[in-house]
Design a protein around this ligand. Structure first.
Ligand code: NI
Length: 233
């Protein structure tokens, strides 16, 4: 199983923009379409603060006809499926508490209305796919193998943070549990008594990051860590 990408979506209080009905698969150069998005609620999400809506069973249609969006739609995206209501059951709002996850297929019609509340709506969408999916336009270069391997070598596997510590600009080092465990019990105790932090490795060499921009299903904010070239607007 491959994690292709993840997107942090933020709709700030009062954000007037909506997201029209769309299928993620219609934007992504991946075939066959076997992406499941796990949408993790960072905030409590309900209808008032722009919960995502889905149309159950719409994924049975595979790709649906869409049109280019217009400026008057006040829409974050640029492709719209017009006849969404006829493509499945009645729309369902995915109301969730922070920490809950909702999965949806890349064929599932979904969208959201403006955030009419005074509360932020933030969610993290993680895009998982099976390793037999083929990517075009270099979309296989920034992935992570989450489970198992890719015997074909098609998908890149960028290792996760070492030791469970996620490097940040303020703390660009990772704890090294192997080195820590190699110490004698006496030495470990000595370090703990002195209040020393676990041994730290030097920061791994990282490739320069591509410019991050703020393209979301919602609005623009500092939390929108999205690679512009990789996600539908
Ligand atoms: Ni989407």
């Amino acid at each position: 199983m491959v994690l292709r990408q993840s997107h942090l979506f933020v709709k700030l209080p009062g954000d007037p923009k909506r997201v029209s009905w769309h299928q993620d698969a219609s934007y992504w150069p991946l075939t066959p379409s076997r992406v499941v998005s796990a949408w993790l609620a960072i905030d409590d999400v309900d209808v008032d603060n722009s919960a995502m809506h889905v149309i159950p069973r719409s994924h049975h249609h595979a790709r649906l006809t869409f049109r280019d969006g217009t400026a008057t739609e006040n829409n974050v995206l640029y492709r719209t499926v017009d006849n969404a209501a006829g493509c499945g059951d009645a729309p369902v709002a995915l109301e969730m508490r922070a920490g809950q996850i909702s999965p949806h297929s890349d064929w599932t019609l979904h969208g959201s209305e403006p955030n009419r509340s005074n509360r932020r709506r933030c969610g993290l969408a993680m895009r998982y796919l099976s390793a037999d999916v083929r990517a075009h336009d270099g979309w296989n270069a920034n992935s992570i193998w989450c489970r198992g391997t890719d015997p074909t070598g098609h998908w890149a596997n960028h290792p996760g943070p070492h030791g469970g510590h996620i490097p940040t600009p303020e703390s660009p080092v990772a704890a090294d549990p192997v080195r820590e465990a190699s110490l004698s019990p006496h030495r470990q105790q000595q370090r703990r008594r002195r209040g020393r932090a676990p041994y730290l490795t030097s920061a791994p060499k990282r490739r320069p990051r591509r410019r991050l921009s703020a393209i979301t299903h919602g609005s623009v904010s500092a939390f929108d860590l999205i690679q512009e070239s990789e996600h539908p607007r």
